[in-house]
Design a protein around this ligand. Structure first.
Ligand code: IMO
Ligand code: MG
Length: 446
């Protein structure tokens, strides 16, 4: 039937979890393909709020299998706690499978992450990356340096012991490591408990493709945090792009038929790095407050700013988005106007429209050029109720024009709009909504 991937189109926290959870109702498998506990995917269920870090949101739905895939780095202690929490709250409705090829992220990596951040800071002011300190960079470095330990090793005590010994030798420079024997013991015990969930996931997904069962790849992080195509070095250590999702799941490229980019109607970023459309002061505080923009993983306040269409066009090309989901439009209702960045001016007077500078320093020096849109009304319960009843016809005209502008500028249809955190506050606008101004769009944008 179909393989679709949900990709963050900005700097993370676009509400990918919410969109993935909404879409998961139509899929048989949901797969996390990269990253680890740096992700925080919030899902607002009628029973309460859930933040998933290492489990795919499919685990929340009966009849769906949530796979933590091969491309991930998994903190097994955190993962067990996440499972336990869902079980206690009676929210673990789907099946859980953990790829045997996923790498273990250990306390050593968290210590190394903090140690590296301190080293960067000591070498030059403002040079820390502002990582989540979950050990992501060091765990991927060990993976590619071939020092890593995989979930498969967790259930093979002899392999675990010898690989742990090598890893400890490699990390001898780090202060405050836990006793190796203690870690080995607790990992072996944990391996025993997780063993029934750990298995090769490629045959499961290939079988699903053969049987025409739909698969949703749930991206974590985002295009602009990609280790190569993001704002290096202010990036994460994986490939949160559509190509990365294929590598991270073992699904061949030709099977992918839908690439869904998720973007907020404005923008946020956590951690350091260039953010051309950042706004501080009163408006920044407004977005942070109304959008509840606080990291779901670290609790850090998120930096806030306006939608950057140059970066969205770039993410669109890079990932091949076939449709967009625009989230948190309700947060902007109540402002006086909605600025949207359409191009940059460089210090040398050049205009950039499609492709951002590859250097983070150069990106930090551009001046964004804005178009300003009239704002739509606040999303009252009454308006939300009307949207639920009447669909696209009830969307405020100013919002339709804004969404139409995004489609026109990216040449990708906006297929979903999300206007609140709850599961039922997402509206499907229809397949193939027009990509540029034409008779259909003027009809559609009312
Ligand atoms: P979700 O999936 C937002 C950011 C960190 C930091 C940089 C590197 O919820 O969108 P890392 O710990 O990965 O080495 O940190 O990447 N970052 C995220 N920002 N959402 C995320 O995940 C993120 N995962 C990493 O803040 O700037
Ligand atoms: Mg998040």
């Amino acid at each position: 039937m179909s393989v679709a991937v949900v990709i963050g189109a900005q700097f993370g926290d676009e509400a990918k979890g919410k969109i993935s959870d909404y879409l998961a109702a139509n899929y048989r498998y949901v797969v996390r393909t990269g990253g680890g506990p740096n992700a925080g995917h919030s899902v607002h269920l009628p029973e309460g709020n859930v933040v998933l870090h290492q489990l795919a949101c499919g685990v929340l739905r009966k009849g769906v299998t949530g796979i933590s895939g091969p491309g991930m780095v998994v903190n097994p202690f955190g993962l067990e706690a996440e499972l336990q929490d869902l079980r206690e709250r009676n929210l673990l409705k789907g099946d859980v499978v953990l790829s045997d090829r996923a790498h273990l992220l250990l306390p050593l990596h968290e210590i190394e992450d903090g140690w590296e951040e301190a080293l960067r800071s000591s070498l030059a002011r403002d040079s820390a990356l502002g990582t989540t300190r979950r050990g992501i960079g060091p765990a991927y470095a060990d993976r590619y340096g071939r020092w890593g330990i995989r979930l498969a090793d967790l259930v093979r005590p002899n392999d675990l012991a010898s690989r742990l010994e090598m890893l400890y030798a490699r990390k001898a420079h780090l202060p405050g490591l836990p006793e190796r024997a203690d870690l080995q013991r607790s990992l072996t015990e944990l391996g025993g408990r997780l063993a029934p969930l750990i298995r090769p996931t490629e045959p499961i997904l290939w079988g699903a493709i053969d049987r025409d069962e739909p698969i949703l790849l749930e991206g974590a992080q985002s295009a602009l945090l990609d280790v190569d195509f993001g704002t290096y070095p202010y990036v994460t250590s994986s490939h949160p792009t559509s190509a990365g999702a294929l590598v991270g799941s073992g699904i061949p490229p030709a099977e992918l038929d839908q690439v869904i980019g998720v973007s907020k109607a404005y923008a946020t970023r956590v951690g350091a790095g260039p953010f051309p459309t950042e706004v501080e002061g009163e408006i920044g505080d407004y977005l942070r407050r109304e959008g509840a923009e606080r990291g779901a993983t670290t609790g850090r306040p998120r930096r806030c700013g306006w939608l950057d269409l140059l970066l969205l066009r770039y993410a669109t090309r890079l990932n091949g988005f076939t449709s967009l989901a625009i989230t948190k439009v309700d947060v902007l209702g109540g402002l006086e106007e909605v600025p949207v960045c359409t191009q940059y001016l460089t210090p040398s007077g050049e205009t950039l429209t499609l492709f951002p500078p590859s250097s983070a320093d150069d990106l930090a020096r551009v001046t964004p050029v804005y178009e300003r849109f009239p704002v739509w009304p606040a999303f009252t319960e009454r308006l939300k109720e009307r949207i639920r009843r009447e669909g696209v016809h009830a969307l405020p005209p100013a919002l339709k024009r804004f969404l139409g502008f995004i489609s026109e500028q990216t040449r990708v249809p906006v297929e979903w709009v999300s206007y609140g955190p709850r599961r039922d506050e997402t509206l499907w606008l229809g397949r193939g909504a027009p990509t540029h101004l034409g008779p259909e769009l003027s009809e559609w944008s009312g």
